[in-house]
Design a protein around this ligand. Structure first.
Ligand SMILES: *Cc1c(COP(=O)(O)O)cnc(C)c1O
Length: 451
């Protein structure tokens, strides 16, 4: 007899989910609001709610910022099918394949590059963003050991940052919001610099003061720090916070001064999202180590990459361990690499720049009316990112539901309702997203709006 019991006919998929699955940052609960996705095409999702009712929504989240070219993109579909017909996976220990080599070459060709700055020359393909951050942190520690500074095991991170959910990555996330208190025995003790001043309000004195604070920390802890880690220009899951490019140049200088590796986490910002292909390019700097993920495969498959300079790669390879000590089972998964190559070729065509500019204009215009709502503290945009910061925590289920009624899928967190639409969003789809966000916030959080 099969151990798998057919579920009772009257149970909906959503009910079955609730009795067996976990969802992100969620309790194991039978009352979690959920919608079932039946179909996805372009920027549209077909949802079904618990009562079985259907809703068509535009996806303002790009499925957590990854589906930049939309669902069922013909070029990405074709790349996946081509690779599927050859092989989906082979181990990467002792073997190699065309999709991985091509991907490394493409990434290095597209990565930030500036005269007089470090040169990114080597790629490690990891299976998720968090893992690429783990690899970056381990590489930095191995680099310092190989350079005769084995005491340098800690990192200087920026308050308000988010770098992933694995242990070392959590250890460099914001120490207050970043779940540190739940895992006191598990997380490394790192050094946290204040958040930079906000891009919208920064004046030269604020930036100078911040620079002094960071420089002081780097001096005080210099001989125990392996590197500095930051999300360039836009802190994403840590608060959708935008800061001036000048602050990135300051981090680069301080890293140089103290022999620290600069690790930029572009998992959220990479591949055009902020209006430059990489956010580091707003500041004209190149990190020693770069992490990318999320949009790398156009949101089709899980894949991330860690890029580093030739200097770092050579030092670690000739250090005491003689190797970079990491090697995931699904490293360089060929199917994921093949789709990533198709996605990078679309980006290399250059149309993303116009797309992101169009979305930026549309979000800036469409979200402006929210500034008049009592509940809204600030409206901000950068590239294809639009943020409504509320004065208080968002009623997530209520705002989600209200936005769905307006034909928009959003996933607010804390006091933030934001959009990061796929690059293929047209002007009218972008306007619909902004209208839906403003209307949902007005209906749920604003007296004037609901009156
Ligand atoms: C999403 C994200 C990560 C973690 O990536 P996962 O693929 O979810 O592990 C790390 N850093 C930043 C900046 C991110 O936005």
């Amino acid at each position: 007899m099969s151990p798998i019991q057919p579920s009772p006919i009257q149970q909906s998929l959503i009910q079955r989910d609730r009795s067996v699955l976990w969802h992100p940052y969620a309790p194991a609960s039978d009352s979690l609001p959920l919608w079932q996705v039946g179909d996805a095409q372009g920027i549209r999702l077909q949802l079904r709610d618990e009562a079985g009712q259907r809703h068509e929504v535009v996806d303002a989240m790009s499925s957590w910022w990854s589906v930049i070219h939309g669902y069922r993109n013909p070029l990405l579909d074709a790349a996946a099918k081509r690779q599927l017909a050859q092989f989906s996976h082979v181990m990467f220990g002792g073997l190699t394949h065309e999709p991985a080599v091509e991907l490394a070459e493409l990434l290095l060709a597209l990565a930030p590059s500036e005269p007089g700055q470090p040169r990114l020359e080597r790629v490690f393909l990891a299976d998720s963003g968090s893992v690429s951050v783990e690899v970056a942190l381990k590489l930095a520690v191995q680099f310092q050991t190989a350079s005769g500074r084995p005491r340098r095991q800690r990192f200087l991170s920026i308050r308000g940052g988010y770098h992933g959910d694995t242990a070392a990555a959590m250890g460099v996330c914001d120490p207050v919001d970043g779940m540190h208190s739940a895992f006191p025995g598990l997380l490394a003790s790192n050094v946290f610099a204040p958040r930079p001043p906000s891009a919208g309000m920064a004046n030269p004195e604020d930036i100078a003061r911040w620079k002094d604070d960071v420089a002081r920390l780097a001096s005080a802890h210099g001989d125990e720090l392996a590197g500095i880690i930051a999300e360039p220009i836009l802190q994403g899951a840590g608060g959708m916070f935008i800061y001036p490019a000048e602050c990135l140049r300051i981090l680069r200088d301080i890293a140089n001064e103290h022999g620290l590796l600069l690790i930029l986490d572009e998992i959220a910002t990479g591949f055009g999202r902020t209006g430059e292909l990489f956010a580091a390019q707003h500041a004209g700097i190149v990190p020693d180590i770069l992490c990318v993920g999320k949009a790398l495969t156009g949101g089709y498959l899980t894949l991330a990459a860690m890029l580093c300079t030739g200097e770092v790669a050579r030092a670690v390879s000739s250090g005491p361990a003689g190797a970079l000590l990491h090697g995931p089972t699904f490293m360089a998964n060929p199917l994921a690499c093949a789709v990533a190559n198709a996605s990078l070729k679309i980006l290399d065509g250059g149309a993303w720049r116009e797309d992101v500019a169009r979305i930026e204009t549309g979000l800036a215009k469409g979200l402006t009316p929210a500034a008049a709502l009592d509940a809204v503290k600030e409206v901000r945009t950068i590239g294809a990112v639009g943020v409504l910061e509320l004065r208080d925590a968002v009623d997530v289920p209520a705002v989600t539901q209200a936005a769905i009624r307006h034909g928009v899928w959003v996933r607010p967190f804390r006091n933030l309702v934001y959009a990061m639409p796929p690059y293929i969003s047209t002007a009218s789809e972008t306007a619909l997203i902004a209208e839906g966000m403003v209307a949902a916030v007005a209906e749920v959080h604003d007296r004037a709006g609901s009156a």
